[in-house]
Design a protein. Structure first.
Length: 641
């Protein structure tokens, strides 16, 4: 913990108003103290780390120069907003970050007036900012709108959709491109190479040059597009011109995003410009100011609690392999036998386990950047040529490529294999990252085969099953985190499509699980037995096609049938209910209930706490059985932990 010779200033700052009362010479000290506070806080809470360190100066400078929250400040993704939260009245709660009831790990409208837009999925800031700028113009407002977007987030199509619109509308919007030459992993794509050329070719603009750039723009108020075209034709815009200028933005930079002597005057000039959209290109270092994070920006993108002095993270010793690693290892084994297998990720190589596949098969691995829509249709193109693409995208991020799933994959029944990690509740990342909807949004699509692994051994067989499905798309869902510690098979054996399995024979109650809630069903069945209730447990394995014989048999032979899944309404339980209703099984004595996530967005907590709140743990299953039987459920009679 760095100590400061001068009187600490951060303690005197509750909101940016307090910051703006300081002299400009004091801003550097505030930034230094802010960096230390960020390091200390995250060492206690864990969470996203490198990105926030990289924008300490930028955060301080923006809040010093602009009149936030009247001036709207939007952080793209929002994972870098911890320093922003410290400066905007949340320092007292910063050590509750990402814990139940504590601060969100991203910006959140309900958390603060200084968070005008919620984030977490990337590349939304320019669109939201343009919306706010146009609303301001329509209302006769005068405030500024600033969107801070990273170089990684600039690899997503949505950012170009927004810039394309903003450039044509000539609306006053300030985009700050925070270019640290990192995504989670090193950045990929032509845009990343272009940005590197921009700042390596020109080196940093000196302050004088940046001021000259601004000066070139200041006297000109380009009233409309026609004038702008004329100005272009007179070579008015920057020498050579950048992509951003071609899109109608004034481009300023690249400038050193850690040098307050440059940041402050440039932002002040930009603030006072009465022109169309401006892009300020700042170059920063992810992890700036903390050695271990500077040295290994990808490993310190997100951290668990760590020792500040050494940077050593308190990694818990897992008692089972992580699902993402089981996926990567299984895919490697399958690819050793099949040279048509391809691995695709959208900027999440380590999170999806595709990094494991990349080490073994670098020429068959593609990281397309933060571009899920492209990833899906890229995979579809590969599939048309006989390849076997495994498109590994988190459930929540696959939402961004949904039309591509429907239009380019399902309708054409192309054999794209979707490896859907982070299915179900993910915990600290909260509602924006919960994989709640893929059962519903995929289950309604014809042609799909849809599986859920109940444990890591099942997952190995399901990867092998996907390899073998060559005439239609398939999806395999599995949760964030570790497996159950079950015995692992040497090789994956393809499962019979549409066949589930009975895990435990019983009589009165049937628990039909889809996915990893199976473990909770087993605990619940033990508890129910203690209350004299005999329970059958079945693992559906497939949501599409359903194992109709098994399910209809369960319905015929049991008084109560519960389905359990880690997903919203409209998923597995709905499909089972449809089957039972269509077969007249709901017309008589069977008491059927579908246990799903509640119809609310659940705030962050530990996954266990969230599933407990959702009633999808063993206790919740027992309670549901009692309720369905019309028995009084006395929680105190339940011995479950
Ligand atoms: C649509 C979407 N896909 C993937 C992610 C996962 N993700 C979170 S941050 C990040 C990298 C962002 O890079 P950049 O914008 O450069 O920000 P930096 O971390 O470098 O500050 C990614 C891929 C996401 N948040 N949203
Ligand atoms: C900010 C972001 O979207 C990613 O960093 C995400 O938080 C990663 O999630 P996992 O930690 O589950 O890989
Ligand atoms: Mg970056």
């Amino acid at each position: 913990m760095t100590t400061f010779s001068k009187t600490p200033l951060l303690d005197t700052i509750r909101t940016p108003d307090d910051l703006r009362r300081l002299k400009v010479e004091q801003v550097r000290q505030v930034a230094d103290e802010l960096r230390q506070e960020t390091i200390d806080a995250v060492s206690v809470t864990g969470g996203h780390f490198g990105a926030g360190l990289g924008v300490v100066e930028l955060t301080t400078a923006i809040h010093y120069i602009f009149d936030t929250p009247r001036d709207r400040l939007i952080w793209d993704v929002g994972h870098q907003a911890y320093p922003h939260k410290i400066l905007t009245g949340r320092r007292d709660r910063i050590r509750t970050l990402r814990t139940g009831g504590g601060l969100s790990g991203f910006t959140k409208r309900t958390e603060s007036d200084y968070d005008p837009f919620g984030a977490a999925h990337s590349s939304t800031s320019i669109s939201a900012g343009l919306g706010m700028a146009v609303a301001r113009d329509l209302s006769g407002g005068k405030n500024n709108v600033i969107a801070v977007i990273g170089d990684g987030a600039m690899s997503a199509g949505m950012a170009y959709e927004a810039m394309n619109n903003a450039g044509a509308m000539n609306s006053r919007l300030i985009v700050i491109l925070n270019d640290n030459d990192m995504s989670i992993a090193p950045p990929v794509g032509a845009m990343s190479a272009y940005l590197s050329r921009l700042y390596s070719g020109k080196t940093y603009r000196t302050l004088r040059e940046a001021a000259k750039q601004l000066g070139n723009h200041l006297p000109k108020i380009i009233a409309n597009r026609a004038n702008r075209v004329e100005e272009y034709s007179r070579g008015f815009m920057m020498d050579g011109g950048t992509l951003f200028e071609e899109l109608g933005f004034y481009y300023v930079g690249p400038i050193d995003g850690h040098n307050l002597d440059h940041l402050l005057p440039v932002l002040k000039n930009v603030r006072d410009m009465e022109t169309g959209p401006i892009l300020v290109h700042v170059v920063t270092q992810k992890g700036k100011g903390y050695g271990p994070a500077e040295a290994s920006a990808d490993k310190y993108h997100a951290v668990v609690k760590f020792d500040v002095a050494t940077g050593t993270q308190a990694k818990s010793k897992p008692n089972a392999p992580a699902y993402q690693n089981v996926f990567g290892q299984s895919l490697v084994k399958e690819a050793q036998k099949d040279d048509k297998i391809i691995g695709i990720t959208a900027a999440m190589p380590s999170g999806t386990g595709i990094d494991i596949f990349a080490k073994a098969f670098p020429t068959r691995t593609f990281d397309v950047g933060i571009a899920e829509q492209h990833a899906v249709t890229f995979a579809a193109g590969l599939a048309t040529e006989g390849f076997k693409p495994f498109c590994a995208i988190y459930s929540t991020f696959l939402q961004r490529g949904y039309d591509q799933v429907v239009h380019d994959v399902a309708i054409q029944s192309l054999p794209v294999r979707f490896a859907i990690d982070r299915a179900g509740l993910v915990g600290a990342d909260g509602a924006t990252h919960a994989g709640s909807f893929d059962n519903a949004y995929l289950g309604c699509l014809p042609n799909f085969v849809i599986m859920a692994a109940s444990d890591e051994a099942e997952m190995v067989h399901m990867v092998a099953t996907q390899v073998a499905i060559n005439d239609r798309p398939s999806a395999l869902r599995y949760p964030r985190g570790e497996g159950r510690g079950v015995e692992m098979p040497e090789v994956g054996i393809p499962l019979e499509i549409g066949k589930g399995r009975i895990v435990r024979e019983g009589s009165k109650i049937a628990l039909l699980s889809f996915g990893t809630r199976l473990a909770e069903c087993e605990k619940a069945a033990d508890e129910l037995a203690a209350h004299g209730l005999s329970t059958t447990i079945a693992d559906a394995r497939f949501m599409k096609p359903l194992d109709t014989d098994m399910i209809l048999k369960l319905a015929r032979e049991h008084e109560v049938l519960l389905t359990i899944e880690e997903g919203s309404i409209g998923g597995f339980g709905s499909h089972v209910m449809q089957l039972l209703a269509d077969n007249g099984m709901l017309d008589g004595g069977l008491r059927m209930r579908a246990m799903v996530l509640p119809d609310v967005f659940l705030d962050h907590d530990t996954p266990a706490a969230m599933y407990g709140r959702a009633g999808l743990d063993a206790k919740g299953i027992v309670a549901k059985v009692f309720e369905t039987l019309g028995k009084d459920f006395k929680a105190e009679t339940v011995k479950l932990a």
